[in-house]
Ligand binder design. Structure first.
Ligand code: AMP
Length: 657
C-alpha cells in the first residue's frame, strides 16, 4: 500500500475510535491495538512530515468533550505520556535523558487504567474537580467527584491553592458486583472498569455517580502555593500525609532494575484493586523535569510502557456449559492450567456458539490463550497442526444442562437460552422480575432479599412467596420485625393486582407489559388465556406467531400449570378487573370480517370483550357468530360451509343494545 493511503487509513481508524472512546465511552478496539496503530502513524509522519494533516490524532492532546459540563481551565496542563512497547525503547529513553542528566533517578509506578482528573483545593477545602479534556480545558465534574469517598474534602494543611492530579477508577470488585446486579435486572453490562468509571463520572445526576462507588489514586502534585518540593517522592509523601490515596512507586536508577520493576508490576497486576494498562517511568527530580521540558503533547521526562497482552499455548480439555441468570447458555473452555499475566489460568471464555464455530474450536485442540488486563482470558486461535485425530466440531447441547428443558436460540441474536419456566439457574432473576415494580409490584422484595430467601431454601418459585410468614422474613439479614411485617403485607396486597400484572410477571418470553395488558383485556381471565389456541392468540394485534408459540409452550408446561394452580390456591387474582359491562356474550366467540362501517374491528372486538365475549381471527366450529361487513371473503364462505350464523352490522348492533 502507498504510504499516503496507509496514513489516511490510520487517521480515519484512529479518529473514529477516539471519538467513540472519549465521547461515548464505547470502544471498538483494544487500547493496546489503538496505541500500536497510533505509533505506526507517528513513525510514518516522522518519515513524511509533509504529509501530516491537522486532523491527525497526533496533533491533538485529548479529544473533544461532549460539552454537557462547564469548562475548566487547567493552570498546569494535564499532559499525555509517550508510549513505549518494549525494553529497548525504555533503554533508549533512559539513554536520551542520561545525555543531559547523567545521575537521574526514576520513579517506576503502575499506570492506572482509569480517567485522569485534576482536583483543586482552596485554603484546604475541596473547591473544584475537572476531567482532563484536551489537557488545557476539561469538564467540571465537581459534584460527581464529591461523591467519591477516597477524595478528601478538607486537608490538614490549608494552603491557599493546591492542585493534584489523579486517576479515577472503579475497583475491579465493585465493577463485578455492579455487573452482576445489572445482569440480574436484565440490563446491558458495562464493558470494563475504565468505561464504567468514565461513564459514571459523566453522569448528570451525582446520585448515580455515588452508587458507582468510584475511587481515586493520586499520582502528581500539579501546583502548591506556598510549598516547595525537590522531588516527586517528597511531593507524593506530602500528598499522602494530606490524606490522598497515592499510587505506590519504586525509586530506581539502573536500567536493568527499572526493567525488572516494570516486569514485576506486570506480573502482579492482578493484586492491585484497579486495572493497570502499563507502567510509568518518570524522572524523580522536579527541577530536572523542568530542564527537559515537554513537546506539544508529552513531557520529555517520562514514558509509559504498555504491556502486551500475554499469550500462551495450552490444551483445551473440555467445554463446560453454564446457565446464566438470564437463562443464556455460556460455554467455557476448561484448559490445562497455564501461567498467564501473573495468574494461573484454567478457564477461558468462549462467548457463544458462533464464536466457537467461527474459530472451529474443538475439545482436544491446542489453543492460544490471551489475557489483556481482563479478568477472564480468551482464546485467540486454534493451533491447527496440533489437532489430534478424531475431533468433532463442537455444538452446544439442545437441552438445558441445569434443568433439562429444551433450549432455543434468540430470534434476534447469537444467544441460546433455556426455556425452562423454573430452571434453578434462572430462579433469582425470574423472582426479581415477578416482584418488580412493573410486574407484581411487591415493595421490599428487591434482589438482595430474594437472594437470601432462595439461599435459605425458603423460596423455590413465585408461589412460595405467598407462603412466607413474618417469622420467615424476620430471619433474614438486616430485616427487622417491622420490615418483615411490611414485606409480608406487600406480598398479600399483590394478590389483588389486576390480571395484566400477573401475566407480565410470569416472564413469558416476548410478553412485555403492553402485550400483557392486551392479553388481559382480550381474554378477561387467566384460564381463558391459557386455553387459547394458536389461531386465537395470533388473531390478537401485537401478538405474532413467535410470541404465540412462546405462550403456548409456557402455559402447557407442567411446571407452569403447577405454579398457576398454587397461585390460584393462594388467592392471587386471575381475572381482568377492567370494567366489564355485562356478561351477555360469556362463552361466545365472534369473528369479524369485511369492512365494518361504524367502527374498526378493534373497537368491535373491545365491545365484545366488555360484554364477556371473545373475538377471534379465524372461523371454526367453535365460532358463535360471524359479523360480516362489505366485501367479506373467505371467512364468510367458511362460515356458510360450517353453518355458522352470519350477522350484518345492524344485527350485531342490535345484540349490543
Ligand atoms: P495516555 O492516556 O495513554 O496518554 O496515558 C497517560 C495517562 O495515564 C495520563 O492521562 C494519566 O491520567 C494516566 N496515568 C495513570 N497512572 C499514571 C501514573 N502513575 N503516572 C502518570 N500518569 C498516569
Amino acid at each position: 500500500m502507498d504510504y499516503r493511503e496507509e496514513m489516511k487509513q490510520l487517521r480515519d481508524t484512529l479518529n473514529e475510535n477516539a471519538r467513540l472512546y472519549y465521547t461515548l465511552d464505547a470502544s471498538t478496539m483494544s487500547d493496546y491495538e489503538y496505541d500500536r496503530l497510533y505509533r505506526r502513524l507517528q513513525d510514518l509522519e516522522r518519515q513524511h512530515p509533509e504529509e501530516i494533516t491537522p486532523d491527525s490524532p497526533t496533533q491533538r492532546v485529548g479529544d473533544q468533550t461532549l460539552n454537557d459540563f462547564a469548562e475548566v481551565m487547567h493552570p498546569v496542563p494535564l499532559e499525555s505520556l509517550e508510549d513505549v512497547f518494549d525494553g529497548d525503547e525504555v533503554r533508549a529513553f533512559l539513554q536520551k535523558v542520561r545525555e543531559t542528566l547523567p545521575q537521574a533517578a526514576y520513579s517506576v509506578e503502575p499506570k492506572v487504567d482509569g480517567l485522569s482528573v485534576a482536583l483543586e483545593y482552596r485554603n484546604g477545602v475541596f473547591y473544584q474537580g475537572a476531567t482532563r479534556g484536551n489537557g488545557r480545558v476539561g469538564e467540571d465534574v465537581t459534584e460527581n467527584l464529591r461523591t467519591i469517598r477516597s477524595i478528601p474534602k478538607t486537608l490538614p494543611e490549608k494552603l491557599p491553592r493546591l492542585i493534584v492530579r489523579g486517576e479515577v477508577y472503579m475497583a475491579r470488585s465493585v465493577f463485578e458486583e455492579i455487573n452482576e446486579r445489572l445482569e440480574l435486572e436484565g440490563k446491558t453490562l458495562m464493558a470494563n472498569p475504565r468505561n464504567a468509571a468514565a461513564g459514571s463520572l459523566r453522569q448528570k445526576d451525582p446520585r448515580i455517580c455515588a452508587q458507582r462507588r468510584l475511587d481515586i489514586a493520586v499520582f502528581n502534585l500539579q501546583l502548591a502555593e506556598g510549598r516547595d518540593f525537590a522531588t516527586h517522592t517528597e511531593s507524593i509523601a506530602y500528598l499522602r500525609e494530606q490524606g490522598f490515596p497515592t499510587i505506590p512507586h519504586a525509586l530506581l536508577s539502573d536500567a536493568d532494575d527499572i526493567l525488572r520493576e516494570i516486569d514485576r508490576l506486570g506480573d502482579t497486576r492482578m493484586t492491585f484493586p484497579f486495572d493497570i494498562d502499563g507502567a510509568v517511568v518518570k524522572l524523580n527530580d522536579l527541577s530536572d523535569r523542568d530542564i527537559l521540558g515537554s513537546t506539544a503533547k508529552c513531557p520529555k521526562w517520562a514514558v509509559a510502557y504498555k504491556y502486551p497482552p500475554e499469550q500462551k499455548a495450552t490444551k483445551l480439555k473440555n467445554i463446560v456449559v453454564q446457565v446464566g441468570r438470564t437463562g443464556v447458555l455460556t460455554p467455557k473452555a476448561e484448559l490445562e492450567p497455564v501461567r498467564l499475566a501473573g495468574t494461573t489460568v484454567t478457564y477461558a471464555t468462549l462467548h457463544n456458539q458462533d464464536y466457537i464455530t467461527q474459530k472451529d474450536i474443538r475439545i482436544g485442540d491446542t489453543v492460544i490463550v490471551q489475557k489483556a488486563g481482563e479478568i477472564i482470558p480468551e482464546i485467540v486461535e486454534v493451533v491447527r497442526q496440533e489437532r489430534p485425530a478424531g475431533t468433532k466440531p463442537y455444538c452446544l447441547p439442545t437441552v438445558c444442562p441445569v434443568c433439562g428443558a429444551p433450549v432455543a436460540r434468540d430470534a434476534d441474536g447469537a444467544a441460546i437460552r433455556c426455556t425452562g419456566a423454573e430452571c434453578p439457574a434462572q430462579l433469582l432473576r425470574n423472582l426479581t422480575h415477578f416482584a418488580g415494580r412493573n410486574a407484581m409490584d411487591i415493595d421490599g422484595l428487591g434482589p438482595a432479599v430474594l437472594q437470601q430467601l432462595v439461599e435459605a431454601g425458603l423460596v423455590a418459585n413465585a408461589a412460595d412467596l405467598y407462603d412466607l410468614s413474618v417469622q420467615d422474613m424476620a430471619r433474614l439479614e438486616r430485616m427487622g420485625e417491622k420490615s418483615a411485617q411490611n414485606a409480608v403485607n406487600a406480598i398479600a396486597k399483590s394478590k389483588e393486582n389486576d390480571l395484566w400484572r400477573l401475566i407480565y410477571a410470569l416472564g413469558i418470553r416476548q410478553v412485555g407489559e403492553k402485550a400483557a395488558k392486551v392479553i388481559a383485556a382480550h381474554f378477561g381471565s387467566y384460564d381463558d388465556f391459557a386455553s387459547a389456541s394458536m389461531e386465537e392468540l395470533v388473531a390478537i394485534d401485537d401478538i405474532g406467531e413467535v410470541t404465540a408459540e412462546y405462550i403456548r409452550a409456557w402455559v402447557n408446561s407442567p411446571q407452569s400449570q403447577d405454579l398457576m394452580a398454587r397461585l390460584k390456591a393462594a388467592g392471587v387474582n386471575m381475572v381482568c378487573k377492567e370494567e366489564r359491562l355485562d356478561n351477555r356474550f360469556a362463552g361466545m366467540t365472534f369473528v369479524l370480517t369485511g369492512a365494518l362501517e361504524r367502527f374498526t374491528r378493534d373497537e368491535a372486538g373491545e365491545m365484545i370483550e366488555k360484554r364477556g365475549g371473545k373475538s377471534s381471527g379465524s372461523v371454526s366450529k367453535k365460532t358463535t357468530y360471524v359479523v360480516a361487513g362489505e366485501n367479506a371473503g373467505s371467512k364468510l364462505r367458511k362460515a356458510q360451509e360450517l353453518h355458522i350464523p352470519v350477522l350484518t352490522e345492524e344485527e350485531f348492533l342490535d345484540l349490543l343494545k
